[in-house]
Design a protein around this ligand. Structure first.
Ligand SMILES: *Cc1c(COP(=O)(O)O)cnc(C)c1O
Length: 357
């Protein structure tokens, strides 16, 4: 098979050894004679899988016991509804750092009982920064941030000071890619398809005292119920949870989150260093806020961008087209993107730039 490098933002590249293992045991999981896609979610085979996935994730992220880990469906987008539904009583607050934050805010605004405050916004810098937040003295049910802005390419390296308020993080595109302290958050959620598993699984990590208090919530959207049932209220995404578990073990084999963060910093540095000295390409995001996982870049000329994307595709450097909201290019460098993918990309960009002189 010809080697390609897939820079897609999500669904995205998964670790080769994991894909190989899935292939090897696809027809008969652990000599059961059944495929992982055929076994019951009530079987002990699957109970072992979900227990092990949870335990491994807890180890990787150092998740304390007073947090529940939920494996649910509906994507990051459904969490835009579940967070205000479960945690909101009257006042909720958001920090707007781009498109995904805006979508989260828009869903919260659909609750007539909630007053939604935007504490700060990066709009004035076209989302190329993370805004500083004025001291938060008011009481909110939670303050919501997007830890990594997948489209705009900005990241929180330092969390905002939200006073006594509960911090909620949409970590969809940098969960397990850099170290965050779980205890700094009341709730973390992430769609799996950026850095963990195929699309169809969402991870929720939530402090237990925050859930199960509201009565009469729709069953599928109720964190308290999902937690009480061990994520098995209904049929969970069995295959995705299985793959997530394999990816968690792969990450352990790589040395865990801190080691992976070092590699991710090295990968991102190679690309940003090249972009900063290039006369053709540039990175719009201010250096202190630059994402490790999603790197937007532009030539400033749409036709040139397209020419580059076409040439890169021919060179097996795939899915570099930027999000339609920001244009240009975007290279997503999730955990499973090897460093050779980045060096190959930078080599190719340098050659392309030489050819355009
Ligand atoms: C992709 C993404 C989402 C939406 O995820 P879905 O699973 O497609 O709903 C939300 N937030 C962030 C930061 C994302 O990158």
């Amino acid at each position: 098979m010809q080697q390609v490098y897939n820079f897609a933002a999500g669904p995205a590249v998964l670790p080769q050894p994991v894909l190989q293992q899935v292939k090897d045991e696809f027809l008969s999981y652990h000599n059961s004679g059944m495929s992982i896609t055929e076994i019951s979610h009530r079987s002990s085979l699957f109970q072992d899988i979900i227990d092990d996935a949870e335990k491994t994730l807890r180890d990787l992220m150092q998740i304390p016991d007073d947090y529940a880990v939920l494996f649910v469906q509906g994507g990051g987008s459904q969490q835009f509804t579940e967070v205000p539904l479960n945690l909101g009583t009257d006042n909720v607050a958001y920090i707007d750092t781009g498109n995904w934050s805006k979508k989260a805010i828009a869903e919260a605004q659909k609750f007539p009982s909630l007053k939604v405050t935007t504490l700060a916004s990066s709009e004035a810098t076209h989302n190329t920064t993370i805004p500083s937040v004025p001291p938060v003295s008011a009481n909110y049910d939670y303050v919501h941030i997007t830890t990594n802005n997948t489209i705009e390419g900005t990241t929180y390296f330092d969390l905002p000071d939200v006073g006594k308020n509960v911090l909620v993080g949409d970590m969809s595109s940098n969960i397990l890619a850099q170290r965050y302290n779980v205890q700094d958050f009341g709730l973390i959620y992430a769609g799996a398809q950026k850095n963990i598993a195929p699309a169809g699984l969402t991870i929720v990590i939530v402090r237990r005292d925050l859930i199960g208090k509201k009565k009469g919530l729709p069953a599928m959207l109720d964190y308290g119920l999902q937690s009480a049932k061990g994520s098995l209220y209904n049929t969970p995404p069995v295959f995705n949870i299985y793959m997530a578990g394999l990816v968690f073990h792969w990450l352990e084999d790589c040395g865990g989150v801190d080691e992976m963060e070092k590699v991710n910093r090295a990968k991102a540095k190679i690309l940003y260093d090249y972009l900063d000295q290039s006369k053709l390409f540039s990175a719009p995001v201010k250096p202190t806020f630059r994402s490790l996982t999603n790197v937007p870049f532009v030539t400033g000329n749409a036709a040139m961008d397209q020419k580059f994307i076409t040439a890169a595709t021919e060179a097996k450097l795939l899915n570099l087209k930027g999000h339609r909201l920001v244009g240009g290019m975007r290279a997503s460098l999730y955990n499973a993107m090897p460093i050779t993918g980045v060096t190959k990309l930078v080599h190719f960009m340098a050659e392309f730039e030489q050819g355009e002189k």
